[in-house]
Design a protein around this ligand. Structure first.
Ligand SMILES: Nc1ncnc2c1ncn2[C@@H]1O[C@H](COP(=O)(O)OP(=O)(O)OP(=O)(O)O)[C@@H](O)[C@H]1O
Length: 331
């Protein structure tokens, strides 16, 4: 997720780290009352999933390695999200789809899936390479959230990996300048997924495009740096245009009852993650996976304007592009 969400970084109003809204304050003078800090791009960061411990010995490269008997066991399996098989079974029993527990089981710990019909879509607010983003109301709490619908091409491994990395990192990060992942909407037999994110009023692209907002010199520099980082080629196909709004996500617009197995639990259960309140989980959010080919897509920001964003998730691709660019300008 390379979207840029601005946050108030001062210790003043709206800067609490949890629970409250942390949107950027724009005073009536037209001045931005905040330091603009680019959001961490969780798709491009490395995830280190766990690791074994044990008596260590030197390896040939001078580093430490575990005793022989433990080598195999201690090597983390990045595909399993570092969660033992039996725990993955428990996660599936709790309503998570097996492909998701396989991809990022660690990030699901302490959570159970939210039901789709406990959210009401209000508006489509943006789109990225893998996703459409909606403003929505959490009908259990009354809170406005951003729902990021992640699109998969038949659960194509690479797109699942990117999504898993984003979820893992967002779940671990707890920082005032990083949008908080508050939950996930999916169900056991579903191949679709919504990330429930705290809702941000502004993103940097929108702020930069607004003539009445004046940035300080350092804020301007940060914006330019981030804008440059965004000009990358696209590698993956765009999300579906599923922009219907104004009804609960789980309504008939959004799921095919034929695809919902009778064993999917629709009852309300407790959300056991300690920081959160009681929630309802496991929803009838089932949508056939798409087999469509690659198409160009438009990126839109919070204000609905088209932005020049393109896919920024693949770090290697970014580096390759930068290298090619460098070579060209040298020639
Ligand atoms: N938590 C949020 N609150 C408000 N708007 C958001 C939120 N998250 C994303 N958006 C909006 O949706 C747009 C798409 O976000 P998304 O994370 O899907 O893609 P991206 O990171 O911008 O692009 P890409 O997926 O290509 O890296 C953002 O540019 C932003 O305008």
């Amino acid at each position: 997720m390379g979207c840029v969400i601005s946050r108030e970084a001062s210790s003043g109003v709206n800067s609490e780290s949890k629970g409250g809204r942390r949107d950027l304050s724009v005073e009536s003078t037209g001045k931005v009352d905040a330091v603009v800090v680019p959001k961490v791009d969780s798709k491009t960061a490395d995830v280190h999933v766990g690791g074994g411990e044990g008596k260590k010995e030197e390896n040939v490269h001078g580093g430490e390695k575990p005793p022989r008997g433990e080598r195999r066991r201690s090597k983390p399996n990045p595909r399993s999200g570092n969660v033992p098989k039996q725990s993955r079974g428990a996660q599936v029993a709790a309503g998570w789809p097996p492909w998701l527990t396989e991809a990022c089981g660690e990030a699901l710990n302490g959570w159970i899936p939210r039901k789709a019909d406990t959210f009401e879509k209000i508006d489509k607010i943006g789109s990225g390479t893998y996703s459409n983003v909606y403003k929505a109301k959490d009908m259990l709490t009354g809170k406005i959230v951003a729902l990021k619908k992640v699109r998969f091409d038949n659960l194509e491994p690479e797109s699942v990996r990117f999504m898993a990395r984003e979820i893992l990192i967002l779940r671990r990060l707890d920082h005032i300048n990083v949008v908080k992942l508050e939950g996930l909407v999916t169900s056991r037999m579903s191949c679709s997924l919504y990330l429930v994110l705290e809702y941000m009023e502004h993103d940097l692209a929108g702020l930069a495009a607004s003539p009445e907002i004046k940035f300080t010199e350092p804020q301007r520099r940060r914006l330019i740096t981030h804008a440059n980082a965004k000009s990358k080629s696209e590698k993956f196909p765009p999300p579906h245009q599923d922009g219907a709004v104004g009804y609960p996500l789980g309504s008939s617009h959004h799921f095919d009852p034929a695809l919902v197995p009778p064993d999917v639990p629709f009852s309300t259960t407790s959300f056991s993650y300690p920081k959160e309140s009681l929630q309802a989980w496991s929803g009838p959010l089932v949508e056939p996976a798409s087999a469509g080919g690659p198409r160009r897509k438009k990126h839109t920001g919070l204000d609905g304007r088209e932005t020049s964003k393109s896919y920024t998730g693949n770090l290697r691709e970014k580096h390759d592009n930068a290298r090619v660019k460098g070579k060209r300008s040298a020639a």
